[in-house]
Design a protein around this ligand. Sequence first.
Ligand code: PMP
Length: 438
Amino acid sequence: MTRNDESAARARRVIPGGVNSPVRAFGSVGGTPLSIVSAQGAMVTDVEGREYVDLVASWGPALLGHAHPDVVAAVQEAAARGLSFGASTPGETELAEAVVDRMQVGGVAGIERLRLVSTGTEATMTAIRLARAATGRDLVVKFAGHYHGHSDGLLADAGSGLATFALPGSAGVPTVIAAQTLVLPYNDLDAVEAAFAAHPGRIAAVITEAAGANAGVLAPQPGFNAALARLVRDRGALLILDEVLTGFRVGPAGWWGLEAAGAEPAWVPDIVTFGKVIGGGMPLAALGGRAEVLDLLAPLGPVYQAGTLSGNPVAVAAGIATLRLADADVYARVDAAAEAVASALHDALEAAGVAHVVSRAGSLFSVAFREGEVRNYDDARDQQAWRYPPFFHAMREAGVSLPPSVFEAWFLTAAHGDAALERIRAALPAAAAAAAQA
Ligand code: PMP
């Protein structure tokens, strides 16, 4: 028994499945999950003392690489001043100002107000409550394969762990709640139009990942988000743009920033949700939007939302430091590293004769073992997914830690320098051969 095996066995005795989030369980790739004891830059170290080049990056937050010294120093300084006060702090205003500033693109304000919460799940859950309050309507549209956290109404046909474990939704969600969610195919505006026609005056919001990245990477078709924003507004509903994964990761103003720069006419979502990078690895997330919508939140308005640890000062310090450091050079490095790994991945699979497509959305990418573009969840599931486990384990043997599911994006960081990229390149041919033999 290895020390990872011992660690997992011990965990399983007291923690359901041995994990605190299902995707960590290696459910679809098999084998024993790594038990991580430390991480630095592009590397993680497991309980056996083995180092891996990390392409999970805490599922997104580690944009700068793990344990950036300036972020760690900011956290230590904040912790020394007190862990939580249950009161307002100057830091939370500073973080909100930084986010509002960053979400100004080409003179267009992406958001005017920001409320801090602790998880992406809370951010999207509150966004939906706000949209219902703002419109006086009940129904919510989401897209198949998109993941917006684990609140009752948003698990239908969701990506992430539900894609990995092939679950259509979750037990324990009352039918009356599930019935409030309409699930549509992604990248299909006609389907959205048809849903509004079928339920006139009843749809409060359409929620969409800014770029789909939870059923593998599913980029929006060019113009899809802008047309969706117009359609949704025209029908009197709100557009919730979920940037929990993409926000401050694919660019300084998230995916919206990439699209909004130069978009004519400008389009602005009604509510934007953030998580992951905004907290620099600490539990912090947020929702932002137009003042007239966000000001419906208590204490100004009738929509209730609260949190003992919301705007936690230590998490806020990590977020401020991370956003301060995430400059143009960081995004250029992450983009270059993503390009290097995505093209090496393509080359290795091509050389091994494995049918594949590397789907890209900015610096996010994933592999699907199929031919042809991946536009929606049906496409993503229509692949030779069984090729991924041997590929994954061959990479792990060679010291590269990949996301333990073919339905997850690979995450690069600004700390993935030449040595890390070389180790990935060196590992790929044997992994591609393993995928070919599967
Ligand atoms: N929205 C998106 C797009 C996500 O990728 C995630 C998490 N992967 C969430 C929401 C939920 O965030 P959290 O895990 O912090 O609740």
